[in-house]
Design a protein. Structure first.
Length: 179
């Protein structure tokens, strides 16, 4: 192979290493993987010399149709908090904003989607499950737009989902992250 081809191969290799393209895996995914958000396209170009083979991987991504607000944008399982009463006995993801929170004397936490809350959907965290929350849920979730996933049940005329851990609550623009 001539000197010009070797120089090109070495230049490409240095460009890959210095340019940071090496962080892209050859499987076509990016870290952290969010396949529901992005489309990954690979273009492989190889230049081979007697000593070095260089492969460049180019990835193009597209953002989700909801701008990254939710982990899964168009999920048919997602319903409005106002419609939760129609799904008693079904596992659903209920979307809305926590407008009121309350911690009872028995340490049960209520996340209300309406104030006054009576007769409307809410999420409840019993005191026995608070150990799963390394933060105060009544403070953290208040005022946030969320999606709560679980079995919709009726209790004293109000639809509710019992929340046992933070993974059941997705915060808009944050995913399942919590403090």
């Amino acid at each position: 192979m001539n000197l010009e081809a070797r120089s090109l191969a070495v230049g490409l290799l240095l460009g890959v290493i210095i340019g940071g393209l090496a962080v892209v895996s050859f499987s076509g995914t990016l870290y952290p993987p969010k396949p529901q958000y992005m489309t990954v396209t690979e273009t492989l170009t190889s230049v081979q010399t007697s000593h070095v083979t260089t492969t460049l991987t180019t990835c193009t991504t597209t953002t989700s149709d909801c701008g990254g607000k939710w982990l899964v944008c168009s999920d048919p399982n997602v319903i409005s908090w106002q419609d939760a009463k129609n799904y008693e006995g079904k596992t659903k993801t209920v979307e809305g904003t926590i407008v009121r929170t309350y911690r009872s004397g028995t340490n049960t936490v209520y996340l209300n989607f309406r104030d006054p809350y009576q007769g409307y959907f809410y999420a409840v965290i019993f005191s026995s499950d608070l150990k799963n929350f390394p933060f105060k849920p009544e403070d953290f979730y208040k005022g946030k737009e969320v999606r709560v996933t679980g079995l919709v049940q009726m209790y004293q005329g109000s639809p509710e989902i019992i929340v046992k851990n933070p993974s059941q609550i997705e915060v808009a623009n944050m995913g399942f992250n919590y403090p």
